[in-house]
Design a binder for this molecule. Structure first.
Ligand code: G3P
Ligand code: MG
Length: 250
């Protein structure tokens, strides 16, 4: 899908790691929770297992979000699938697994959501991660579903572009670098995704005036979301999509 079509379909509220304020991040339960809260677009993180399967996981170590420990890149899919990725969040989520990208795609399709897929490689594994993710997307991604790929790792953006010439790319950063415009052009990005503390009204205006979109993460205060959207941000990425809707609709 070309960038213009994607952004026409992208709502102002994007669920972070699904709806990770309400369900264990980056699980199928989190995607379903987001949908239940009427979130039409979600952000999730993708990384690789030892046997090069793309799975939905934020950290390079499984310790924080499962009952296991150790680097995910040193675990096979079979090992990863034995981990409980839900109980740490709440007993009612016991038995949630780290999903594969394929499983997440199937559920996103079923729920009718759009996706901001953040490629989160283990440091040093940027190229293999992007390559594998792109290969899986080529096989499994339904063309009609909106997809925006982002990464802090520019090697991933470059690599993905080689495989997927039309997919919109997001330049993901914390602070906005002074030479953002050159970087956006160099990595062929349509949007800039930045951390909420660093973004100003002037940034948003300049980036929008240059023809790019702006997404801000992680915004959990509805007043702040309203301010950012009033400044011209295209979307905010939030752990609590439900908190945002009343203010934005009012
Ligand atoms: O993609 C936006 C945001 O998710 C980036 O930071 O650490 O939450 O993946 P992080
Ligand atoms: Mg992320």
């Amino acid at each position: 899908m070309i960038a213009e079509n994607l952004f026409q379909q992208m709502p102002k509220i994007i669920g972070h790691r699904g709806a990770c304020g309400h369900a264990p991040e980056n699980t199928l339960a989190s995607l379903r929770k987001a949908a239940e809260l009427n979130t039409r677009f979600v952000e999730i993180d993708v990384t690789l297992t030892q046997d090069s399967v793309a799975v939905i996981q934020h950290d390079s170590d499984v310790r924080r979000c499962t009952n296991g420990r150790g680097p995910i890149l040193l675990k096979s899919l079979e090992e990863v699938r034995t981990l409980d990725a839900g109980s740490w969040f709440g007993p009612e989520f016991g038995g949630e697994r780290i999903p594969t990208l394929k499983e997440a795609i199937d559920v996103i399709g079923e729920l009718g959501q759009g996706l901001n897929l953040e490629i989160k490689p283990t440091v040093g594994w940027q190229i293999p991660t992007a390559e594998r993710v792109a290969e899986e997307l080529l096989v499994h991604w339904p063309e009609e579903i909106p997809l925006l790929i982002s990464s802090f790792a520019v090697e991933c953006l470059i690599e993905v572009r080689r495989y997927l010439p039309d997919v919109p790319l997001g330049y993901l950063t914390s602070a906005i670098p002074p030479d953002w415009e050159r970087r956006m052009a160099e990595y062929d990005c349509a949007s800039l995704h930045c951390e909420r503390h660093y973004v100003t009204k002037d940034h948003i205006k300049a980036i929008r005036d240059a023809g790019f979109r702006v997404l801000v993460y992680t915004v959990n205060d509805p007043e702040e979301a309203k301010k950012l959207l009033d400044w011209g941000a295209d979307a905010v990425i939030t752990d609590f999509p439900d908190r945002m809707f009343p203010l934005l609709e009012g």
